[in-house]
Design a protein around this ligand. Structure first.
Ligand code: SF4
Length: 252
């Protein structure tokens, strides 16, 4: 059992993903996994993965973090995607007591006031629900791409998330935004109408704006913060800058 797990781990790490199709990557990644989970934000990359998983690896659980602050368009896309692919997207919502604490301390929109308040909000609305979503998972599939931002430019197909003690797979790591767009068009994959209005990366409504031509794809996220490394904490590398926030959010 132990060695089987180990061999499986090595097998997955050593594979040459660059030579495989997306469906091959997914089927290969999932083989032998007991509880593979894909977290979708309903962004365009994630829609590509949802469509592919429904064919290549339908037993993968598809989950989303329903933060309570999503765009109407995103909420509608959850429904539309379920119908289109005949799937259920599991929704993880913030814990009510933690949310009340946050509101009492910072105010519902306190995230504009300081980076700490913003991380606290993401902690309650995203990280704690994510920890629940990934509890017991043995593979975490994401839609990260190297082209999304400077922070993500070194994303590998397979990483080990030491904090969550999980193998994390980014099967679209080497896809460009052009690859994504042509795939979506070719497969008539439903996407968020906000993408066409200048939002390549879509998160919570109060924390996302449209970007200007030439800006980084994630420039519209938490745009009021100056920190080049800004992320919500879902995909922070081990040497990332917010371990204490992450730890307290996940444990709290
Ligand atoms: S993105 Fe904004 S609203 Fe959403 S959880 Fe983070 S701080 Fe809160």
């Amino acid at each position: 059992m132990q060695s089987g797990h180990h061999n499986g781990h090595r097998r997955v790490l050593d594979a040459d993903y660059s030579k495989m199709s997306l469906n091959e990557r997914l089927a290969f990644l999932v083989e032998g996994r007991k509880n593979p989970v894909f977290t979708t934000s309903l962004g365009i990359e994630d829609q590509v993965l949802t469509a592919a998983l429904s064919v290549a690896a339908p037993r993968v659980r598809i989950v989303t973090l329903e933060t309570g602050r999503l765009f109407e368009e995103t909420m509608a896309l959850i429904e539309q995607t379920q119908e289109r692919y005949g799937i259920t997207i599991e929704r993880f919502r913030p814990d009510e007591a933690l949310l009340a604490d946050y509101a009492a301390q910072h105010g519902m929109n306190g995230f504009y006031e300081s980076v700490a308040a913003r991380h606290a909000c993401c902690g309650v609305r995203k990280l704690e629900p994510l920890a629940r979503a990934l509890s017991g998972a043995d593979l975490w599939i994401t839609g990260l791409r190297r082209g999304q931002s400077a922070t993500r430019s070194s994303a590998d197909f397979i990483e080990y998330d030491a904090e969550r003690q999980l193998v994390k797979a980014n099967p679209l790591a080497d896809w460009s935004i052009e690859d994504i767009k042509s795939h979506v068009a070719g497969h008539a994959i439903p996407i968020n109408p906000l993408h066409a209005r200048g939002y390549p990366s879509i998160g919570c409504e109060p924390c996302t704006r449209a970007i200007k031509p030439g800006e980084d794809e994630r420039a519209g996220r938490w745009w009021w913060e100056n920190d080049e490394q800004r992320e919500c904490g879902l995909h922070v590398a081990q040497e990332g800058e917010q371990p204490s926030v992450q730890a307290s959010a996940v444990n709290g």
